[in-house]
Design a protein around this ligand. Structure first.
Ligand SMILES: [Fe+2]
Length: 163
C-alpha cells in the first residue's frame, strides 16, 4: 500500500505523473457534468474545452512518448499499447459528440455521451493504472531517471499549450 505522494514510489515510478493526471481529468469532467446538471451551458462549454484539452495532452504524452518507449523496449507493438490507442480514438469521438451536443444546447444528448464516456474512461484508466503503467515501469526501469522527467515535462507542456 503506497501513499500517492510516497517519495520512494514517485522516484521509482515513471508513470506516476500520468496516474496523478487521470485524477485531474476526472475532476474537470465532474465540473463539466455539474455545470450541465445546473444548465449553466457557458460554464459547461468552457469546462468541457478544458477537459478535452487536458485529455488530448494526456493522450499525446502516451502516444508520442510513453507507448513508443514501451514498444521499443519490449518489441510489443500490436499488444496493449495498440488497444490503448484504439480506446483513445473512441474517447476522442465521444468528446466530440459531447461538444456537438453542447453546441446545440442538447442537454439529453450531452448527458448520454457524457455517461458513456465516464464509464469508458474509468475502464480505460483502470487498465492503464493496473496493467499497462506497471508493465511500462518494469520494462522502462533502466530509463526511468531520464524518461521520467521527460514524460512529466511533456505532459505539463501539452496541457499548458492547451490553455
Ligand atoms: Fe490512455
Amino acid at each position: 500500500m503506497h501513499h500517492p505522494f510516497d517519495p520512494v514510489r514517485t522516484m521509482n515510478s515513471l508513470t506516476e505523473p500520468l496516474h496523478q493526471h487521470h485524477k485531474h481529468c476526472d475532476e474537470l469532467f465532474a465540473d463539466a457534468e455539474a455545470a450541465a446538471a445546473a444548465k449553466d451551458w457557458s460554464r459547461c462549454k468552457s469546462m468541457l474545452e478544458r477537459f478535452r484539452d487536458e485529455m488530448e495532452g494526456h493522450f499525446r504524452t502516451e502516444e508520442e512518448m510513453l507507448f513508443p518507449a514501451f514498444e521499443a523496449a519490449t518489441g510489443m507493438t500490436g499488444g496493449p499499447t495498440q488497444m490503448m490507442r484504439i480506446e483513445h480514438a473512441q474517447m476522442r469521438e465521444l468528446m466530440g459528440q459531447m461538444q456537438a451536443a453542447l453546441a446545440q444546447t442538447a442537454g439529453e444528448a450531452f448527458a448520454g455521451a457524457a455517461e458513456t464516456l465516464l464509464v469508458f474512461m474509468q475502464q480505460h484508466n483502470m487498465k492503464e493504472e493496473n496493467i499497462l503503467y506497471p508493465m511500462c515501469d518494469r520494462s522502462l526501469a533502466g530509463q526511468a531517471a531520464d524518461l521520467g522527467p521527460k514524460l512529466h515535462e511533456k505532459l505539463e507542456a501539452e496541457c499548458l499549450a492547451a490553455q
